[in-house]
Design a protein around this ligand. Structure first.
Ligand SMILES: Cc1cc2nc3c(=O)[nH]c(=O)nc-3n(C[C@H](O)[C@H](O)[C@H](O)COP(=O)(O)O)c2cc1C
Length: 183
């Protein structure tokens, strides 16, 4: 399957981006094609309903990749109990044609121990875009942000820690994506 990951931090070395990279490595290891859009590395213009920026190269490549995607992963820092502005801006460039009938996994990184407000809001946006929310989500927060495993592609999962929860969320997301795409 083709999986698109969009990371919503606007800073280098962001923990939400590291979480997304780890997730991408794991999904690749399972034999899927992963395309990651890091909105810090490749920023998008501000969305305008008047079409300004629609010809921007990264906007076009994001829209094209999303049309072809079988599943989507969204990662955001928790900002003021919500998702980041840069991720919301990216989602404003997308529509139901990019999400309809596709599994979507939402992930967040927060300063507090758990950050589910951004995840609830992401899932609401996904529902509006007619995507299918994965049964699991991933919230890393507080000290857990330092516990992300290196070499995640080889991580097999064996316990109750944060890396095991990430592993389980990846598997349930891939299972849902395969079911809804008939793979
Ligand atoms: C503008 C701003 C708002 C934030 N709001 C929250 C918040 O509401 N709840 C929380 O737990 N952490 C909050 N934080 C802390 C970030 O969620 C935390 O540092 C997170 O790990 C950042 O993710 P990153 O490493 O991907 O940049 C906020 C940080 C910033 C800069």
């Amino acid at each position: 399957m083709k999986i698109v990951i969009i990371t919503g931090s606007n800073r280098k070395s962001a923990t939400s981006t590291r979480l997304a990279v780890n997730m991408g490595q794991l999904i690749s290891k399972k034999g899927h094609q992963v395309q990651l859009f890091d909105l810090f590395e490749t920023p998008l213009p501000f969305y305008s309903p008047e079409g300004i920026g629609f010809d921007h190269a990264t906007v076009q490549s994001l829209q094209q990749a999303m049309l072809q995607a079988d599943g989507v992963v969204l990662a955001t820092p928790e900002y003021h109990g919500s998702l980041s502005g840069v991720l919301k801006n990216a989602l404003d460039f997308l529509g139901q044609e990019h999400f309809r009938g596709k599994a979507v996994l939402s992930m967040s990184s927060s300063g507090g121990a758990v950050g589910t407000s951004s995840l609830l809001q992401l899932q609401s946006i996904v529902r509006n875009l007619h995507g299918i929310n994965s049964p699991d989500w991933v919230s890393i927060g507080g000290a857990q942000r330092n516990e992300l495993a290196d070499g995640f592609a080889d991580y097999e999962g064996s316990g109750q820690g944060i890396n095991d929860r990430i592993h389980r969320a990846a598997l349930s997301f891939l299972e849902l994506a395969a079911q809804v795409r008939g793979n």
